[in-house]
Design a protein around this ligand. Structure first.
Ligand code: ATP
Length: 302
């Protein structure tokens, strides 16, 4: 199925297209049936209760993240991306619905998940050296000392920081600090890596390097990655799939398959025709979301 609103030359494939309803219509915002749904989000809803009244941030959101997939979540500002990630990571309880990992309901931060936040400055301990920052969660996990040492060395090697294990975070550039945060998550050997706008605070060149670093680590480790970003180009460049969120209360507006070659290159990929088409499509959908368009409106019009 192409978008309900545009017909690009080379159709953009919505993953929802594989789930036909009995009447032939296509439900929006549902993902491909998955033989191995590592992570499942089912009818997730989150309402914040405030003094000023209830704020429904997320409404009835459903998708699966298969093992080994790198999916990006994009949506307008305030669309509930962080709320969603907090619920998925077990840091916050949903108001309704559930998140399951390997079929087990998530009720707190699962051992096999790691989260990388935007604010590396606040997530790293300034009084601990780089290697100690990476080692800390492994210590807490009860990993034996020699195994810890090896895991830390490998993780720092993977992010290109093997030469600064004894530095303090504040002695490093912003991009390097974010690499430390990624190394810490990777050393933990998670099955699912959640990243919440991790590159929003670094400069453009560093950001491009970090994007390639994440794709490299993802390929090498086979980890499932859910990457939240408000940067449309980044979502298309990084993802195998882009899940577009509606404005708040959030539901999935569209689930787009990114059919770019697996080998991505900042120059080649970004200047390809397909990249431009996908970018155009996602951009258009985000603009619609910003204007308050809801997928159910399109369904009602069919
Ligand atoms: N702790 C909270 N209490 C009340 N309302 C909240 C709280 N956190 C978020 N919200 C509201 O929930 C909605 C979604 O917020 P959230 O931060 O999840 O969106 P976001 O897409 O991550 O935003 P941004 O793009 O600005 O990072 C917004 O309307 C926000 O004001």
């Amino acid at each position: 199925m192409t978008s309900a609103h545009s017909q690009p030359t080379n159709p953009v494939i919505s993953q929802s297209s594989v789930q036909d309803t009995p009447d032939g219509r296509i439900p929006v915002g549902r993902t491909m049936p998955d033989e191995q749904p590592m992570l499942s989000v089912r009818n997730l809803k989150k309402v914040y209760h405030t003094d000023g009244g209830d704020i429904e941030a997320v409404r009835n959101l459903t998708f699966d993240l298969p093992k080994g997939q790198l999916a990006c979540l994009v949506g307008p500002s305030g669309s509930g991306k962080t709320t969603l990630l907090k619920c998925i990571s077990g840091l916050m309880a949903p108001s309704a619905g559930e998140v399951t990992l390997h079929g087990q309901k998530v009720t707190g931060p699962p051992k096999s998940m790691a989260v990388v936040f935007q604010e590396y400055g606040r997530s790293l301990f300034p009084w601990l050296r780089v290697a100690e920052n990476v080692e800390l969660p492994l210590k807490n996990q009860g990993m034996e000392k020699s195994a810890r040492k090896e895991a830390v060395e490998q993780a720092l090697e993977a992010v290109g920081l093997a030469h600064v294990p004894k530095s303090y975070p504040w002695q490093l550039s912003g991009g390097m600090q974010q690499r430390v945060a990624i190394a810490r998550a990777v050393a933990y050997q998670p099955e699912v890596l959640l990243m919440d706008e991790p590159f929003a605070a670094v400069d453009a060149q560093t950001r491009a390097d970090l994007e390639d670093l994440v794709r490299g680590i993802w390929k090498k480790l086979g980890v499932s990655v859910l990457f939240v970003t408000h940067d449309i180009d980044e979502s298309v460049y990084l993802g195998e799939r882009v899940i577009i969120l509606s404005s708040s209360p959030t539901i999935i507006q569209e689930d787009v398959l990114v059919d770019l070659p697996a080998e991505r290159d900042q120059l080649e990929t970004r200047s390809s025709q397909r990249f431009a088409e996908l970018r155009h499509h996602v951009y258009e959908q985000i603009q619609l979301a910003k204007k308050g368009f809801r997928p159910e409106d399109a369904a009602a019009m069919r």
